[in-house]
Every structure is written in C-alpha cells, then in structure tokens.
Design a protein. Structure first.
Length: 65
C-alpha cells in the first residue's frame, strides 16, 4: 500500500522526506480550510475565478472597441 503512495516521489533523493513534507502541507491546508471538502464549503459557493486568458481577452476587446 505504501509503494503506490511513494511512487510520485521516487525520483527524489530523499523520497521519504518529500513524502512527509507533502503530507504535512496537505494536512495544514485542510486544517486551515484552504482545501475545504465539505459540500457546503464557502469555496464552492463563491464566484468562480476567471483565468488569465479570459481576463486578457476581455481587456484587449475593451481596449480596441
């Protein structure tokens, strides 16, 4: 079971350390609710973010109208 979890870190010299750091970052993100998985999470209810391409297209369109 541990092998499929550690495979993404196989190229690193300290794969164990990278794996532990990734787990720590994920745990902190969940704890700080930056990655909120609840169905009623605030993240899902907010307005969706615009991508840079869409913003740049809109700005260019407005500039040349």
């Amino acid at each position: 079971m541990f092998t499929w979890l550690a495979l993404p870190f196989a190229g690193f010299q300290n794969a164990g350390l990278a794996f532990v750091l990734a787990l720590l970052v994920a745990a902190l993100a969940i704890y700080k609710q930056k990655f909120d998985c609840r169905p009623d999470a605030r993240f899902w209810q907010q307005r969706s973010r615009q991508r840079w391409g869409e913003i740049m297209e809109r700005l260019l369109r407005e500039a040349f109208e």
